[in-house]
Ligand binder design. Structure first.
Ligand SMILES: Cc1cc2nc3c(=O)[nH]c(=O)nc-3n(C[C@H](O)[C@H](O)[C@H](O)COP(=O)(O)O)c2cc1C
Length: 189
């Protein structure tokens, strides 16, 4: 039994966020011995190094850093804003990467799902995010890649997810992520 904890970071604060809907679906696709829950990022003040340097750290940063530290792996589910990562997600990455030398993302296996109502499936955000994760030392699942485009078509009029084909793909994706967590956790121990 692995019994690992996966934290889910959603790059949208919108009430009706498609990304969060997909994230909620992904959370149902892990083995029973895994815990998986969202880590909220909406209340983090924009990163300002003075707060760290002057020992005037916002409580929400302290809580967030501690919370990230307690997860074994991180799943990112993100929209694309202007062909890149939404500021709220980049801010969360920055906050938990500092102060210098105390990057709490370090070594945690990660995976990315990008989601868009458009046809390009937030490819730009997916790959800009990968660039930051290299530096943060989050070993990130490479295959399968998960680009969910035309997401509105995956829900029926009552808001219920209605694509068995996509659900099966997402199950494969999560199975690969679980295996990835196992490989990378055993490397660390
Ligand atoms: C500031 C802004 C920039 C956007 N830029 C893009 C973009 O570059 N590519 C894209 O596919 N969608 C873009 N969109 C549309 C989002 O994909 C859409 O709002 C989507 O629903 C956001 O995800 P959510 O439903 O999880 O909130 C943008 C939306 C906003 C608000």
């Amino acid at each position: 039994m692995l019994n690992k904890k996966i934290g889910v970071i959603v790059g949208s604060l919108r009430k009706e966020s498609y990304n969060r809907k997909i994230a909620k679906l992904l959370m149902t696709l892990v083995p029973a011995d895994f815990q998986i829950e969202e880590i909220a990022i909406g209340d983090l003040p924009i990163y300002n190094q003075d707060f760290d340097d002057e020992n005037n750290v916002p409580l929400s940063w302290v809580t967030f850093r501690e919370r990230v530290k307690n997860f074994d792996a991180i799943l990112f589910v993100t929209p694309e804003y202007n062909r890149s990562v939404p500021a709220v997600l980049k801010n969360a990455l920055d906050v938990a990467s500092r102060p210098y030398g105390k990057n709490v993302w370090d070594g945690k296996p990660g995976a990315i799902v990008s989601v868009s109502p458009g046809g390009l499936s937030a490819f730009g955000a997916n790959h800009h995010l990968r660039q930051s994760l290299v530096f943060l030392n989050i070993p990130t699942l490479q295959q399968p890649e998960a680009y969910i485009g035309n997401v509105a078509t995956l829900f029926d009029d009552s808001g219920t997810f209605n694509s068995e084909r996509t659900r099966q793909f997402l199950q494969k994706f999560m199975d690969a992520f679980v295996a990835w967590i196992e490989i990378n956790s055993s490397k660390k121990s």
